[in-house]
Design a protein around this ligand. Structure first.
Ligand code: MIC
Ligand code: SF4
Length: 645
C-alpha cells in the first residue's frame, strides 16, 4: 500500500477503497478557526451532543483579529465558552495561526484530522491524513460521526536532488501548481516520495502540504521519517511520533517527478496560484508592499531566513513590509534570539501571530499596488483592494525584494541564509485553555452577533426558478462569499452576509435573488474552488438558491452545497452552459424521484426555455440523496437518516 491507502485503511468504517467510491473514515482530531468555527459550533450545539467524541478537538482564534466593533470579540467569547462546555481545547487569540500551531503542538503521524479550513492538509507534512471540510462536516465528526469523502486517486510526487541556495519549499509547490493547475489535484491525494524528501525539514514539507489545497487536492501526505522524529523531539513530544512510509511495492495512480536541483525561484502572478512565472522574468517590477507570514510560510525557519536577509538593511522607501510570525512559539523564539529586533531595525512592521492580511484583515494595498506575499492565495480582491496585483512568492524572494524595492531573484544575493532545524523549540502551551471537567456547569455566552443559521426545507416534487447569475470558470468561494475586514465579523450573521453573495461577479445578484424568490446559479469549471467556508452555501441558501449548474465543482464546496440541501448539477454536455442565459426559467420535475435515481447514475433532467432538456449529473451517494431530500445534513441527522451521526 501507499501511505494514503494505509492511513485510510486504518480509519475506514465503510465503503470500498476504489477511487471515486464514497468511503467513510473515523476522525481522530478536529480543528476549527473562528471564521468558520462559530457556525460549526452552532451546528454542533443543534445536534444536542454533550462532549466531543474525538481524541482531540481544538478551536483556534486566528482569522477575525481586528476588533473594530464588538462582533469579533463576541464571536471569540462564544467560541471560548462553547468549547469549554463540550470538551474542546481553545487556542486563545494571539497563540497563532491554526495550522502552524496544530503542526507544532497537536499533530500526530498516522492519525486523521478534519478541519473547517481548506489548509488543514498542512499537517500532512508529518504523515497525518489531514483534510479540510465544511463546518457542518466537522461538527458531525466532533459528535463521533464518520467523515464521508470520495476515495481519492493517489498521485506520487517523486522528488529528486536537493534545492539550490535561495530556492525554497514554496518554489516546489509553485512548480507543482505550474504543471498541474488549480484543478490538477481534484479527486487526488498528493503523496510525496523520493530521495528529495529527506532533504526537506518538517516546516518545508508543511509549506508544500499546505498549498496542495490550491491544487484542489483532497490532501497531501509526506512520510513520517527520521526528520519528522527529530521535529517531534524538538517540540518536546517524542512520544507522539510514529513512522509512516509506503510499502516498497506500493502502487500509485499517477506520478509526477520534480528535480529539486533544477528549480529556480518562482512566483504565482495575479490572480491565480497556478499563474506561475520565474521570479527572474519579473525582475525589476516595482513593489509597493511585501507581506511575510500566513499558514504557508510563517515557521521559525522561514522567519529566520527573512531576518538573516534583512540584517543590516533598510526596507526600500517605496515598500511597506509587514511580517506576521505564525505562532507564539515562533514569535517568542524570534524575540529571544534577537531576530525580531533585526526585523524591526530594518523597518518591518510586525503584526500579531494571525492570518491578518492573508484574509484581508488589514493591510489592504494601495490602488493598483504590486504586493508580494508569501501566502497561498492571490484571488482578485482578496487583499481588500480589487485593483491590487498580488504575487505569491517564497520568504527569500519577499525579503530580498523588500530591500531592493523591485521584484528581485534572491539567487542574485551574495549570502544565502542556512535552513534551520532547531534542536529545541520553545514550548509554552499556557494559551491553550483546557475544556471544563464538568461541562454542564459552563454557560455559553452568545452576543447579539450570533444569529441562527438558515435551515434547508425538505425537497419538493418540483424545483423551479430562473437563472439568477451566470459566471465563468474557476469562481472561488472568495467570489461567492467575499471575506474582507468589513465582512468577516459577520460570519455568524448569514442574513447580513447574504447581501454580499457573489457581488464581485455581479453587484445586483443578492437583490435579484431576493426579488425572484431564489433560483439557480450557472457556473463554469471548478466552481467553488478555494476556501472551505460553508457560508458560500449558506448565503445562497438564504437567498433561495436551489441548485447550481456548473461544468465541474471543487470538492469541499460541492459537499457544502449538498450538506445544505442545494443541488450541485454538472452539465453532461458543456455546450448547454453556452446556451443558458440570465433570466432563463428552469424546472426540475419529479425532483425527489430524479434525486433518488441519480444515486445509480441516472441523469437529472432540467427543463429550459423552448422545451429544451438539459441533462446533468448529480454525483451523489445514497446518504447524500437522503440529505438532499431532507433539506440538508442537519435535517437528515435529526431524522436519523445519517446513522453515523
Ligand atoms: C482562507 O484561507 O480562505 C480561509 C479564510 O482560511 C478559509 C476559511 C474561511 O473562509 O473562513 C479556508 O481556507 O477554508
Ligand atoms: Fe489563515 Fe490565510 Fe491560512 Fe486561510 S490561508 S488559514 S486566511 S493564513
Amino acid at each position: 500500500m501507499n501511505m494514503t491507502q494505509k492511513l485510510i485503511a486504518s480509519h475506514l468504517v465503510s465503503g470500498s477503497m476504489q477511487p471515486g467510491e464514497e468511503i467513510a473514515i473515523v476522525i481522530d482530531q478536529t480543528l476549527t478557526q473562528d471564521s468558520t468555527g462559530t457556525m460549526a459550533y452552532l451546528q454542533f450545539e443543534a445536534m444536542g451532543i454533550g462532549k466531543v467524541k474525538t481524541k482531540r478537538s481544538v478551536a483556534y482564534i486566528d482569522h477575525n483579529m481586528l476588533q473594530a466593533g464588538f462582533e469579533n470579540a463576541d464571536d471569540h467569547k462564544y467560541i471560548a465558552t462553547v468549547t469549554k462546555k463540550h470538551g474542546i481545547w481553545f487556542s486563545r487569540p494571539g497563540n497563532g495561526i491554526c495550522h502552524q500551531v496544530h503542526l507544532e503542538r497537536f499533530s500526530k503521524p498516522g492519525q486523521t484530522l478534519l478541519g473547517s479550513d481548506s489548509h488543514t492538509p498542512t499537517c500532512g507534512g508529518v504523515g497525518m491524513l489531514a483534510i479540510g471540510a465544511g463546518g457542518l462536516d466537522v461538527a458531525v465528526a466532533m459528535g463521533g460521526g464518520a467523515y464521508h469523502v470520495l476515495m481519492p486517486k493517489v498521485c506520487r510526487v517523486w522528488l529528486e536532488g536537493s534545492l539550490s541556495p535561495m530556492v525554497s519549499a514554496k518554489d516546489i509547490i509553485l512548480e507543482v501548481l505550474r504543471r498541474l493547475s488549480v484543478k490538477g489535484g481534484v479527486g487526488r491525494v498528493m503523496e510525496y516520495a523520493g530521495p528529495g524528501v529527506e532533504t526537506l525539514s518538517v516546516p518545508e514539507r508543511a509549506t508544500i502540504a499546505n498549498m496542495g489545497a490550491e491544487l484542489g487536492a483532497t490532501t497531501s501526505v509526506f512520510p513520517s521519517d527520521e526528520v519528522t522524529r527529530q521535529f517531534f523531539e524538538a517540540q518536546g513530544r517524542p512520544g507522539d511520533w510514529s513512522p509512516l512510509a509506503p510499502d516498497a511495492d506500493a502502487q500509485y495512480d499517477e506520478t509526477v517527478t520534480i528535480d529539486l536541483s533544477s528549480l529556480v525561484p518562482l512566483a504565482a502572478c495575479p490572480h491565480s496560484p497556478d499563474n506561475v512565472s520565474t521570479v527572474g522574468s519579473l525582475a525589476g517590477t516595482k513593489v509597493d508592499q511585501v507581506c511575510i507570514g500566513s499558514c504557508t510560510n510563517s515557521s521559525f525557519a522561514d522567519m529566520m531566513k527573512v531576518a538573516e536577509i534583512l540584517k543590516g538593511h533598510t526596507v526600500a522607501e517605496n515598500v511597506s513590509l509587514v511580517i506576521s510570525p505564525g505562532s507564539r512559539q515562533v514569535l517568542t523564539m524570534l524575540a529571544q534570539n534577537g531576530a525580531l529586533a533585526t526585523m524591526v531595525a530594518a523597518g518591518a512592521r510586525i503584526l500579531e501571530s494571525a492570518c491578518g492580511p492573508c484574509i484581508g484583515m488589514g493591510q489592504a494595498p494601495a490602488t493598483d499596488a504590486v504586493s508580494l506575499r508569501t501566502f497561498n492565495r492571490n484571488f482578485c480582491g482578496r487583499s481588500g483592494t480589487a485593483s491590487a496585483k498580488v504575487y505569491l512568492v517564497s520568504p527569500e524572494t519577499a525579503a530580498v525584494s523588500a530591500i531592493t524595492g523591485v521584484v528581485t531573484d534572491p539567487q542574485t544575493l551574495p549570502v544565502a541564509p542556512p535552513t534551520l532545524r532547531p534542536p529545541k523549540f520553545f514550548v509554552n502551551d499556557n494559551m491553550v485553555a483546557a475544556p471544563a471537567q464538568e461541562g454542564e456547569q459552563v454557560e455559553v455566552v452568545r452576543g447579539p452577533n450570533i444569529k441562527p443559521f438558515p435551515a434547508g426545507a425538505p425537497m419538493g416534487e418540483q424545483i423551479k426558478g430562473e437563472v439568477l447569475i451566470k459566471v465563468e470558470d474557476n469562481i472561488t468561494t472568495d467570489h461567492i462569499m467575499p471575506s474582507t475586514a468589513a465582512l468577516l465579523p459577520y460570519r455568524s450573521n448569514i442574513p447580513h452576509l447574504a447581501n454580499y453573495c457573489l457581488t464581485p461577479c455581479d453587484p445586483d445578484f443578492p437583490a435579484r435573488a431576493k426579488q425572484k424568490g431564489g433560483g439557480f446559479i450557472v457556473g463554469g469549471a471548478n466552481y467553488g474552488q478555494g476556501s472551505s467556508r460553508e457560508h458560500a452555501a449558506l448565503a445562497p441558501l438564504y437567498l433561495g438558491v436551489k441548485g447550481v449548474l456548473a461544468k465541474s465543482f471543487a470538492r469541499i464546496h460541492a459537499a457544502n452545497l449538498i450538506n445544505n440541501g442545494i443541488l450541485p448539477l454538472v452539465f453532461e454536455n458543456e455546450a448547454d452552459y453556452d446556451a443558458l442565459s440570465l433570466g432563463d426559467a428552469l424546472t426540475v420535475d419529479n425532483a425527489r424521484e430524479q434525486v433518488r435515481a441519480a444515486v445509480s447514475g441516472a441523469p437529472v433532467v432540467v427543463s429550459a426555455p423552448g422545451g429544451k432538456k438539459i441533462l446533468t449529473r448529480l454525483e451523489i451517494s445514497q446518504r447524500q440523496a437522503d440529505m438532499l431530500l431532507a433539506g440538508g445534513l442537519l435535517n437528515a441527522t435529526k431524522e436519523g437518516v445519517n446513522k453515523n451521526a
